[in-house]
Design a protein around this ligand. Structure first.
Ligand SMILES: [Cu+2]
Length: 306
């Protein structure tokens, strides 16, 4: 019988997903700064912006989508049970019902407003570079902002090229290119780093420092998008336009992201890698970089990425 088979398949799928659950938890613990196999939640947050995104997702968004899915499921079950050909051999002939049309217009509007209110707060936080005065939402997205963030201390200009990123420390006047490592280079240079995410030159920034990002793309190029999930950043990189966002990472480490705008043939091969180091390490790196104007020799002041 078809239903029996379906039930058995459903049971098997349920058992499989339960068996996967411990693996998922372990995978998430590994997943700081990068995705992990079996991961089902967002990357671990290390910035106030990502805190608010996680709180928004786990709070109003999850409740809203769960409620909507259950409501639609109940409506579908009612339709299937009460209005199938056997239970309801003579269908009604009417095509309009003003009351129900008002309800199914107004209810989605209310749901969207409930989602929009905290969403706009998070969005304006993302787009407003800290001046030291403004307070940010952080994980309490229903506050009017109680997280203090220091004013931006460092400006990095990011440019999307075909197909890699360039980074410029605007105030220091030094810049470099960042290219993905292919499989041979990865095995040789950084064997413990993730495939398709590891790069030759990571962007180096200090911990607990507000970094202003100015994001653009090559004038003769196409639109890219600069994204680092653990920081809660995703901004379009548009030729001829300077978009701004910021992050302030509270933890050192290596954080990966990817170009998030379909930009062309190597869209999947232009990852973002940001290395957050202590301020002493950053000072030494930057002094060496300004002196030599060569990223490869400056980065030797830091421990090697393996
Ligand atoms: Cu791109």
């Amino acid at each position: 019988m078809v239903t029996g088979q379906m039930m058995r398949k459903l049971g098997a799928a349920l058992a499989a997903s339960l068996a996967l659950a411990p693996a998922m938890v372990a995978a998430q613990e590994l997943g700081k700064g990068q995705p992990a196999p079996g991961q089902i939640h967002l990357n671990e947050s290390v910035t106030p912006i990502m805190d608010s995104i996680v709180a928004f997702h786990d709070g109003p968004l999850l409740w809203a989508i769960t409620g909507i899915v259950l409501l639609v499921l109940v409506l579908l079950v009612i339709v299937v049970v009460r209005f199938n050909a056997k239970a309801n051999p003579v269908p009604a002939r009417f095509t309009h019902n003003t009351a129900i049309e008002v309800v199914w217009t107004v209810l989605p509007i209310v749901a969207l407003i409930i989602i929009a209110v905290p969403s706009f707060g998070v969005l304006s936080d993302q787009m407003t570079v800290p001046d030291g005065e403004r307070k940010y939402l952080g994980s309490n997205i229903f506050s009017f902002g109680d997280v203090e963030v220091p004013a931006a201390d460092l400006t990095v200009k990011v440019s999307g090229e075909q197909w890699y990123w360039t980074y410029e420390y605007v105030d220091e006047g030094v810049y470099f290119d960042s290219n993905m490592l292919n499989d041979e280079e990865l095995a040789e240079l950084k064997p413990n780093q993730p495939r398709l995410l590891a790069v030759n030159n990571e962007l180096v920034v200090p911990v607990d420092t507000t970094v202003r990002l100015q994001i653009t793309a090559s004038p003769s190029g196409v639109i890219h998008a600069f994204a680092v999930p653990a920081f809660g950043i995703k901004v379009d990189a548009v030729p001829g336009r300077l978009n701004e966002t910021w992050f302030n990472s509270r933890e050192t480490g290596l954080y990966y992201g990817q170009c998030s705008e379909l930009c062309g043939k190597d869209h999947a091969y232009m990852p973002v890698a940001v290395r957050v180091v202590t301020s002493e390490e950053y000072e030494a790196f930057m002094a060496a970089f300004k002196e030599s104007r060569d990223y490869a020799s400056a980065v030797t002041t830091l421990a090697a990425v393996q």
